[in-house]
Design a binder for this molecule. Structure first.
Ligand SMILES: CC(=O)N[C@H]1[C@@H](OP(=O)(O)OP(=O)(O)OC[C@H]2O[C@@H](n3ccc(=O)[nH]c3=O)[C@H](O)[C@@H]2O)O[C@H](CO)[C@@H](O)[C@@H]1O
Ligand SMILES: C=C(OP(=O)(O)O)C(=O)O
Length: 419
């Protein structure tokens, strides 16, 4: 199993180029199921989850090519409408094939994703929404079987909870439905807007994406597209926090500052100078100790849950006490016991982590448990004295493209150990 070795090495400095967003790329690649024409995506990150998505599309019968950040998908030959457990269990976003397959082919069988380290993560909103669009759904033996006679029918859907995945699944189903669909209490994440832009480029009629009410006028057919994936705001935020924690000075290139407002605002509160241009963000901590900040995760435009673990690591070495409340996932503090092993002073109280700050972290062997927990351990390793070994980095490889190469380029002492 591969590991990362990190030795605390002072401030990060220099430029880092941000990759395309995992959470935008996965639904976009899957949207190619909606058309018989080729879809070409650029700025696609080379990540484990992207490869899993392409493998899933290939398994369904699509022709797939992926090279140098460009993915070409031709779904005209799709003839297998089953997404098997073996693939779905490694990537929850596989559930997103359900809506488009149902809309395009009238039926689909998709394994239930099951829970994961950060929470139970049910898919009830995906299923009830599809039922409102006219689908017949049965769940048996770990599989969701969905079918519809003729086309799906537009409906008014009110989401009980804000769900990114359910909003995306329902958007992709509704674009080929008969009539108009309204999704209220929709997720407003930038990745939803990216998906809507791509669907519209394919000939769909989606409006309101980025607000909590999305309106979709169904069309009979979609065409192919060429689309560049949105820059990854969570990868960007992770590098910015790493720079702040190490009291460094970095610039993130090919970034999308407008998607990161809540994170940038917290970094400024922590004492960082942050400047932005159209596609770059510069953070300068000028060798100052960061100040601890309070965080409460919330759906976009609130503070993203995917940046929570990284700020816990930052608070550990900051001045003062910061309280980090997680409101989206019920079990997203798996990094805390691992940070304890490095000497962090954090108390867990219900859904909050009270980070006492001023910790003198020491390198240790730690275990990555999920994607962003892993990122927080890497950040802690960058500021700790001595060597930190992060085990189970396959979690990191799901969402960070060549993290050790990019951090190495900023001056970090980090290497991948292949055993
Ligand atoms: C591939 C991708 O884009 N993943 C992101 C997506 O995950 P994902 O789309 O899975 O997350 P959701 O927005 O759906 O989850 C939000 C909350 O709603 C709950 N819920 C969701 C669906 C449902 O049918 N029933 C239900 O109860 C979830 O358990 C969770 O508590 O948004 C999350 C929240 O921003 C991010 O952390 C993930 O990185
Ligand atoms: C939780 C995440 O991803 P996923 O929804 O793919 O598990 C994440 O990107 O932090």
């Amino acid at each position: 199993m591969e590991k990362l070795s990190i030795t605390g090495n002072g401030p990060l400095s220099g430029d880092v180029t941000i990759s395309g967003a995992k959470n935008a790329a996965l639904p976009l690649l899957i949207a190619s199921l909606l058309t018989d024409q080729p879809c070409i995506f650029s700025n696609v990150p080379s990540l484990r989850d992207v490869k899993t998505s392409l493998a899933l599309l290939e398994q369904l019968g699509a022709k797939v090519a992926f090279e140098k950040g460009q993915a070409k998908i031709d779904a005209s030959g799709v003839d297998n409408l089953v997404a098997p457990y073996e693939l779905v269990k490694t990537m929850r976003a596989s559930i997103l094939v359900l809506g488009p397959m149902l809309a395009k082919f009238g039926q689909a069988q998709v394994s239930l994703p099951g829970g994961c380290a950060i929470g139970a993560r049910p898919v009830n909103l995906h299923l009830t929404g599809l039922e409102q669009l006219g689908a017949k759904i049965e769940v048996e033996a770990g599989y969701i079987t969905a079918s519809v006679d003729g086309r799906l029918k537009g409906a008014n859907i009110f989401m009980d909870l804000v769900s990114v995945g359910a909003t995306e699944n329902l958007m992709m189903a509704a674009v080929l439905a008969e009539g108009t669909t309204t999704i209220e209490n929709a997720a407003r994440e930038p990745e939803i807007v990216d998906l809507a832009n791509c669907l519209n480029a394919m000939g769909a009629k989606v409006s309101g994406a980025g607000s909590d009410k999305i309106i979709i006028e169904g069309v009979a057919k979609l065409s192919g597209c060429q689309h560049a994936v949105l820059p990854d705001r969570i990868e960007t935020g992770t590098f910015l926090v790493a720079a702040a924690a190490t009291r460094g000075h970095i610039r993130c290139l090919n970034a999308a500052p407008r998607t990161l407002e809540a994170v940038i605002s917290k970094l400024r509160e922590a004492g960082a100078q942050v400047d932005t241009g159209d596609d770059w963000i510069e953070l300068n901590m000028a060798d100052r100790q960061p100040k601890a900040v309070n965080i409460r995760t919330a759906p976009h435009p609130g503070f993203p849950t995917d940046m929570q673990a990284q700020f816990v690591a930052l608070n550990c070495v900051a001045n003062g006490t910061g309280v980090v409340a997680e409101t989206i996932f019920e079990n997203r503090f798996m990094h805390v016991p691992e940070l304890h092993r490095m000497g962090a002073d954090i108390e867990l109280e219900a859904n909050s982590a009270v980070c006492k700050g001023n910790s003198k972290l020491k390198g240790a062997q730690v275990m990555a448990t999920d994607l962003r927990a892993s990122a927080s351990l890497v950040i802690a390793g960058l500021v700790a004295r001595g060597e930190t070994i992060v085990d189970r980095i396959y979690h990191l490889d799901r969402g960070y493209e060549q993290i050790e190469v990019k951090l190495g380029g900023l001056g970090a002492k980090i290497r991948r150990i292949k055993e």
